[in-house]
Design a protein around this ligand. Structure first.
Ligand code: PTJ
Length: 259
């Protein structure tokens, strides 16, 4: 494996890629996960590869929703497991959330590998593995339809990092509050979720852990206010505006490149 020099201008981005390619070699991440990441990277580039104030607002509302939930669940796919396994465990610990493996490109082997990886990084229990607890959500067409009756099926709040749109829409229709993490503010998931954090999952998950730790003791009324006043549509629109503005800045500052 190539060494990543710390002074390389794209060192952080290369480190993230390395985690994914190692995750793929280990059998957790599917090749499609790499292309999905590439799409995410392009949006991250436009964001300036930093957490924006808008993402902070969304993470604040999302933390409040997780703390208010009576049965929160974190849904984990291959990319999430490869990138932020420790943070998933920390978030589960601080919120009491269940952790469930739920895959788009489902295979038994991947489910077991991902569960083992999550446990190695501190998750006490991982749902979504036993056939006897599997329930199928009729409205979802992909393999994601298979959920755990003790997990996503009975959850009131579901966190879905790096999701495809269908399930988010179906879960919302089932009356669940869905929190998405998606760098693409135009995606169906981003638009369908009640709260979308437009940020890289490697920054958003630590932000949620910090937010939940900080807000744990807050009165429920205050937490409820944060969720109710959060306007997802506005946040997505402003995130897109920010990206457009940055694109213009990049264009103007690089004008000499086009002469
Ligand atoms: O592990 P599996 O089988 O469940 O498959 C996982 C993938 C990611 C392949 C699957 O969920 C998929 O195909 O996802 P999509 O439909 O490509 O959507 C992924 C979304 O996540 C896209 O909108 C990307 O912009 C976004 N994204 C990619 N990487 C990141 C990201 N958002 C936040 N942080 C990232 N690191």
């Amino acid at each position: 494996m190539d060494e990543i020099f710390p002074n390389h201008p794209r060192a952080e981005s290369l480190r993230i890629r390395k985690k994914l390619t190692e995750g793929m070699r280990a059998g957790m991440v599917v090749p499609e996960g790499l292309t999905a990441h590439g799409r995410g990277e392009a949006f991250d580039y436009l964001l300036g590869e930093r957490t924006t104030e808008l993402a902070r607002e969304a993470a604040e509302a999302a933390s409040a929703a997780l703390l208010l939930a009576s049965h929160p669940v974190i849904s984990v796919n291959g990319n999430t497991a490869a990138l932020v396994p420790k943070e998933v465990a920390e978030l589960a610990e601080v919120t009491g959330a269940g952790v469930e493996v739920n895959l788009f490109h489902r295979s038994r082997e991947r489910e077991l590998l991902i569960a083992e990886h999550l446990k190695k990084h501190g998750c006490r229990e991982v749902l979504g593995l036993e056939e006897e607890n599997a329930v199928r959500i009729a409205e979802i067409q992909s393999e994601r339809r298979r959920v755990d009756r003790r997990g996503i099926f009975s959850a009131d709040v579901v966190l879905v990092p790096l999701e495809d749109g269908d399930r988010t829409e179906a879960l919302q229709r089932m009356g669940k509050l869905v929190i998405a993490v998606d760098l693409n503010p135009l995606s169906r998931t981003a638009r369908a979720a009640r709260i979308t954090i437009v940020d890289n999952v490697v920054r958003a998950l630590p932000l949620l852990v910090e937010g939940c730790r900080r807000m744990r003791g807050m009165p429920r009324e205050v937490l409820r206010g944060k969720v109710e006043t959060f306007d997802n549509e506005r946040n997505l629109r402003e995130s897109l505006r920010l990206m457009c503005g940055r694109l213009r800045e990049l264009f103007d500052s690089g004008e000499h490149l086009f002469k």
